[in-house]
Design a protein around this ligand. Structure first.
Ligand SMILES: Cc1ncc(COP(=O)(O)O)c(C=O)c1O
Length: 404
């Protein structure tokens, strides 16, 4: 039996059939079980910040595993402490960190922290994606994800993303927090309008509510800054990160800034693996490489190069996003078919909705590598137009939904 057939027999069907079985990665390339090579322009959904098998991460993980692989949370470890300090320093604030193993779990910790305000109402945004556990799902917008699992916890109000007046009307003195992504990645890489997060900071402060920024997709250098909200100068109360934090090693963090770091106290929350020394060592190595090799600057340059070239491409309406998190808005609703054609041609991208292609390549991607995709795009669009609106990739994932 092929590996794909064995997958279909043994794995739960939550993700549909896999597009390929991947066996190896090196830098920005991965190889499938048949030996075909792909340029990975999705980076494991904005995770593989340093590409695949980065020697410094491999070294850090190997050394830490050979030194001390796991301790319970009855004990601490040097990498865990150093990583907490490093994250706070990148955020330029005092506070406290809770480590988890994924974005969803980081958000669950933040959700519990919001309950410690004594209020239960949360304001989230239409189009938001915050994860699939019952709590994270409650603040996620997409009805197709939420409705089959209702009742979900909490009292959640969804407002239009980017609408300051709607936000001001929704946040009141019963609101525990407003949770928001600086760019809605899963919704198709939708940028927040300029000034939105600053207004959100003012509105939440006036109401005595927390401002919780979900940087799980946008954080850790993805947009060419450590955090997408950094350019606004605001200090949120809660920041959640994961994805690129461990560059492929599972780790997430809920960061409470200033006094929000004290919302969760002894006994309020827990985890067996969160703060694992190997995961923390992977994250520290990732931050070292980003800092030591000027990757934030490279991400800005590479992202602007990509957007400038794509903006002029035939079949492209406009390009959204920042740094190396980009949504390519196509003229026609053929994105799933284009993503399928791209895979056949050796490029991994995805289609978060019918008109958008998403690119979130490793931050180490070269301008030449990005150019190979831009050069191939007209041909991929032609192939997609020829093969009709919904092609192979759309059939794999029923509503072409993000599968993170
Ligand atoms: C903004 C945001 N929040 C939360 C999550 C959930 O993270 P995870 O899949 O690691 O649980 C994601 C995943 O795509 C995300 O993009």
């Amino acid at each position: 039996m092929s590996l794909a057939a064995r997958y279909d027999t043994a794995l739960m069907r939550t993700f549909g059939s896999p597009q390929r079985v991947l066996v190896r990665g090196d830098g920005c390339h991965v190889w499938d079980a048949d030996g075909r090579r792909y340029l990975d322009l999705l980076g494991g959904l904005a995770v593989n910040a340093l590409g695949h098998a980065h020697p410094q991460v491999v070294e850090a993980v190997t050394t830490q595993l050979g030194t001390l692989g796991h301790v319970s949370n009855f004990f601490a470890s040097p990498p865990q402490i150093a990583l907490a300090e490093r994250l706070l320093s990148l955020l330029g604030s005092t506070g406290r960190v809770f480590f988890a193993n994924s974005g969803t779990e980081a958000n669950e910790a933040a959700l519990k922290a919001t309950r410690r305000t004594g209020r239960t109402k949360l304001v989230s945004t239409k189009g938001a994606f915050h994860g699939r556990s019952m709590g994270a799902l409650a603040i996620t917008w997409k009805p197709a994800y939420r409705e089959p699992f209702e009742p979900l916890p909490g009292e959640i109000v969804f407002v239009d993303y980017g609408d300051v007046d709607a936000l001001a009307a929704a946040v009141d003195d019963e609101t525990a927090a407003f949770v928001v992504e600086p760019i809605q990645g899963e919704n198709g890489v939708i940028d927040a309008p300029a000034g939105y997060l600053n207004e959100a900071r003012e509105i939440t402060k006036r109401a005595g509510a927390l401002l919780w920024i979900d940087e799980i997709q946008t954080g850790m250098g993805r947009v060419g800054d450590w955090f997408a909200h950094a350019e606004t100068g605001i200090v949120p109360d809660l920041v959640t990160v994961a994805k690129g934090l461990g560059a492929g090693f599972p780790i997430g963090a809920c960061i409470g800034l200033d006094t929000a770091g004290d919302l969760l106290g002894p006994g309020d929350h827990g985890t067996t693996f969160g703060g694992n020394p190997v995961a923390a060592a992977a994250a520290l190595a990732t931050i070292d490489v980003i800092e030591g090799t000027g990757l934030l600057e490279h991400t800005v340059v590479a992202g602007e190069h990509l957007a400038a070239r794509l903006d002029k491409a035939r079949g492209v309406d406009h390009v959204r996003g920042r740094g190396l998190l980009r949504g390519i808005a196509l003229d026609d609703p053929i994105a799933p078919t284009v993503a399928g054609a791209a895979l056949e041609a050796g490029f991994i991208v995805n289609a978060p909705n019918p008109t958008t292609l998403r690119l979130a390549p490793p931050l180490v991607v070269s301008l030449d590598q990005l150019d190979t995709f831009v050069d191939a795009l007209p041909e991929l669009l032609d192939q997609a137009e020829l093969s009709g609106t919904y092609g192979a990739q759309a059939r794999h994932v029923p509503d072409n939904s993000p599968i993170s």
